[in-house]
Design a binder for this molecule. Structure first.
Ligand SMILES: [Zn+2]
Ligand SMILES: [Zn+2]
Length: 347
């Protein structure tokens, strides 16, 4: 089969590699849609070979089924996350399956290929039939959306709150979409860069969109919040600059949710007086429990979150290096990679 192979930093080639075989409980999917992610871009730039070949956001059809698989047959259209908890370790027993010690053991990666193997814990817990009303590209958003659902579920959000989203890449925009999908939405202000993304945040329902490059972010937020700051600040940028700014935007008694991982465990200066006396909670978030994956599935299947506008374009697998070239130059937010040729997949 054809698969994208990272040959060296900044060089992806499409090569012929052996097709995966399903073990017990596993399935092999025929990938219909795979999405680029900032984690892939980081690996591409640095030439990272771990945790495996690129591509962890994908959807497709069940191609081959291993022994003891229940609920799926060859030909089923499916959507899946790329990890699932073991259910047996200490953190799993505490209901923190998103932090499972064995989360990466059966990880399904290598989505930029014609076929990909999905491990048994994932098939059991985090893979679902995809209805025809949902496109394969939208279904491939299951993984990033599950991460967002997990994070949002870890802090209180009141309809009367003001929420600030720092960063309007995929995660920031998915946060915005999830907040808009709530029965009673809080007001959402988005701080970001790049005219296209800022416009997207505006059309997706942000009450105010602030250009971090040209506008006085802290002043504008104070003005909009009667000088209080926001009750929820979400960092979806993962830059030390945005972390340093979070406390200036947060009200007393607020929660700061940390979605964006800063590169390489960088130290950040934080005002301890504000954290302590203003009772500001810093909350990290990583991966997702099966419950969050099911909620994300429901949001997509019910079309309550419509992620398609986040995609900046689509490339056939053979042209994947063009997609990464554009991302590397800061163009676009997220691209779809389509491994099957048009006739073969019937798209
Ligand atoms: Zn991702
Ligand atoms: Zn576990």
């Amino acid at each position: 089969m054809l698969s994208a192979v990272l040959v060296e930093p900044g060089r992806l080639e499409v090569e012929e590699v052996p097709e995966p075989e399903p073990g017990p409980g596993e399935v092999v999917l025929r990938v219909q849609s795979a999405l680029t992610c900032t984690a892939d871009l980081r690996a591409y730039r640095l030439g990272l070979k771990a945790p495996g070949p690129l591509g962890h956001e994908f959807s497709g059809q069940v191609w081959r089924v291993g022994a003891d698989v229940r609920g799926f047959r060859e030909g089923d259209a499916v959507m899946t996350a790329h990890v699932a908890p073991c259910g047996e370790c200490f953190l799993c027993s505490r209901g923190q399956g998103n932090l499972c010690e064995n989360l990466e053991a059966g990880m399904a990666v290598g989505g930029f290929a014609e076929f990909v193997r999905v491990g048994a814990p994932i098939v059991r817990q985090n893979m679902f039939l995809k209805p025809a009303s949902l496109s394969y590209a939208e279904a491939a958003f299951l993984e990033p959306l599950a991460s967002v659902v997990q994070g949002l579920g870890s802090i209180p959000i009141d309809p009367d709150d003001t929420v600030i989203i720092l960063g309007c890449g995929t995660v920031g925009l998915l946060c915005l979409a999830c907040l808009q999908a709530l029965e009673r939405s809080p007001r959402v202000l988005v701080v970001g860069r790049g005219p296209e993304r800022l416009e997207l945040a505006r059309t997706m329902g942000a009450e105010l969109v602030i250009d971090a490059e040209t506008e006085p972010v802290v002043d504008l937020v104070r003005e909009r919040t009667a000088g209080l700051g926001a009750q929820v600040v979400m960092d979806c940028a993962g830059q030390p600059e945005s972390w340093a700014q979070m406390l200036d935007l947060a009200s007393r008694g607020s929660h700061i949710l940390l979605f964006g991982g800063c590169p390489g465990a960088l130290p950040v200066d934080l005002d301890t007086t504000r954290l302590h006396y203003d009772q500001i909670a810093l909350v990290g978030t990583s991966h997702f429990t099966p419950r969050a994956v099911r909620s994300a599935r429901d949001l997509l299947v019910g079309h309550r979150v419509r992620p398609a506008p986040i995609l900046s374009g689509s490339f056939p697998l053979r042209q994947i290096s063009q997609a990464f070239g554009r991302l590397d130059r800061g163009e676009g937010t997220k691209f779809e990679i389509v491994p099957q040729s048009t006739e073969a997949s019937g798209r």
